[in-house]
Design a protein around this ligand. Structure first.
Ligand SMILES: Nc1ncnc2c1ncn2[C@@H]1O[C@H](COP(=O)(O)OP(=O)(O)OP(=O)(O)O)[C@@H](O)[C@H]1O
Length: 310
């Protein structure tokens, strides 16, 4: 069978009344990848995913999943995709493992339920009714239900929201194994570390628009160092401009808030000494001073002038 991309979104426009939630979005997901759609709250991630899943009809543009129209060819597509919705509901009295077993039986070639429950940390709550599961446990059950049928493409909306660090890591491992097994994973997240560590490709969206796409390395390349400075009280007026003058053109100083600055450029001894001396002259005390390579947060800040909150 000719291999169309797993997902092709072209010129997608979605509105809620007058509000444009998705604004001429283009997005291609190659098969056998983990693709993260990263963006702040309200960026249009869920709306885009729900359109791919066939829950919403595009107001303009087109969406194809495995080469098919998710609405017109729904019955052919449904057995081939898995979906984990945000805040997924379920029959509140059903026990976690009963539900997973039930879903598994609907599929021709399901994953082993015990293995999956173990992998995703559901065994300790397998007999617990859905309504009594914690948020993180409901999340894990939702993910297990989405993947148990061995879908070719799985859409997961905020897969690790509300999970503890251990469950998060094992979810990442599970998603990585699914990809290695030939599954295409499309996930939304507003956790940068999740996108950076897990995804083969990242699409950053903001206000319904695609603002950057690439592998984690492509997006963060150009690797100038950054210094994030947070001080204990607001800077005096004009202080960031003073620092910019003191540091010169090689370095860019960008105020982020009244107590924090991002300094981009060579983080050498001279820069650090200048920053320390400047803090003293401004009468502000550093609360934290972090040195690092450019990360996805910096990419977002550079393009939008705003921080990507998580
Ligand atoms: N049912 C709805 N009715 C009206 N506006 C909506 C509806 N659903 C979403 N919106 C608006 O559309 C925009 C995009 O929302 P969407 O849920 O797709 O974003 P998101 O990136 O998934 O955000 P989050 O990370 O908070 O889930 C937001 O401004 C949101 O307020």
């Amino acid at each position: 069978m000719p291999s169309s991309p797993a997902v092709e979104v072209a010129g997608l426009v979605m509105r809620y009344g007058d509000k444009v939630a998705v604004d001429a979005l283009d997005l291609t997901v190659e098969r056998n990848t983990i693709t993260a759609v990263l963006g702040p709250n309200g960026a249009g991630k869920t709306t885009t995913l729900e359109t791919c899943e066939g829950y919403r009809r595009p107001h303009a543009g087109s969406v194809r999943v495995l080469g098919m129209d998710p609405i017109r060819q729904r019955s052919a597509l449904i057995p081939r995709i898995g979906v984990m919705l945000q805040g997924q509901g379920a029959w509140s009295g059903a026990r976690a493992l009963e539900m997973l077993t039930h879903i598994a039986k609907l599929h021709a070639n399901p994953l082993d339920v015990d293995m999956l429950a173990d992998r995703i940390g559901l065994h300790d709550c397998g007999r617990t009714p859905y309504r009594r599961l914690s948020g993180g446990q409901q999340q894990r059950l939702g993910l297990a239900m989405a993947v148990v049928g061995r879908p070719e493409v799985v859409f997961v909306d905020e897969p690790t929201a509300g999970m503890d660090p251990l469950a998060r890591r094992s979810t990442w491992e599970l998603l990585g194994e699914l990809r290695d097994d030939g599954v295409t994973v499309v996930l939304t997240t507003h956790y940068m570390d999740e996108a950076e560590r897990l995804a083969d490709r990242i699409h950053i969206i903001d206000q319904g628009r695609m603002i950057a796409s690439g592998t984690p390395l492509e997006l963060t390349r150009g690797g100038t160092a950054t210094i994030r400075l947070v001080v204990t009280k607001p800077f005096p007026e004009g202080a960031p401009e003073n620092l910019q003058r003191a540091l010169g053109d090689q370095v860019e100083v960008r105020p982020i808030s009244e107590i924090s600055l991002l300094i981009t450029g060579p983080a050498d001894h001279t820069t650090l000494a200048t920053v320390a001396a400047w803090c003293e002259t401004q009468g502000v005390l550093p609360e934290s001073l972090n040195l690092g390579q450019r990360n996805l947060e910096d990419v977002f800040l550079e393009i939008t002038g705003r921080e990507l909150e998580s």
